[in-house]
Design a protein around this ligand. Sequence first.
Ligand code: NAD
Length: 160
Amino acid sequence: MSNIQTVGIIGAGTMGNGIAQACAVSGIRVVMVDVAQAAVDKGLATVAGSLDRLIKKEKLTAEGKATALGLIQGSTSYDDLKGAQLVIEAATENEGLKVKILQQLDGILAPEVIVATNTSSISITKLAAATQRADRFIGMHFFNPVPMMALVEIIRGLQT
Ligand SMILES: NC(=O)c1ccc[n+]([C@@H]2O[C@H](COP(=O)([O-])OP(=O)(O)OC[C@H]3O[C@@H](n4cnc5c(N)ncnc54)[C@H](O)[C@@H]3O)[C@@H](O)[C@H]2O)c1
């Protein structure tokens, strides 16, 4: 598949903003979508605070923080996901909600885009069956907090 340069993330909560941070610190552009601007802002603030802690630990420079934050676009519009090559759904754990989100994505994303769900407990097979891209649909489970290296390796793996 084509290179993954932009990752779309649905949900700016604990997992969504952790995944967004891991991608951005690795130089990958992110569009992070939530239902309300307040949730988007909270997610972005969490990333900024987490990057500040990395600066304190001398694992990141102030310039690195600015670059990473500059790579994350917060949004309340699913239309902004159109440029993504991979979209990771990390919304609230609710089957009906996830099905609705995945079907909404089918109407927006090009067929070749890979869609992943971060569900902890819902059947991936069941969710895949609700989409029109069962062959391009995967489950992604992360360590919490999301570690940086593992995510980059996963994304590189998807590119091969
Ligand atoms: N190890 C792991 O991989 C792991 C760990 C914890 C949770 N999870 C899973 O990750 C997902 C998210 O969990 P969390 O802890 O981040 O939850 P959270 O409650 O912190 O965040 C969920 C976010 O989704 C948003 N949301 C709800 N409906 C939406 C919609 N229609 N479109 C966009 N955003 C929407 C909410 O506003 C909220 O900000 C769940 O499915 C959960 O089971 C996975």
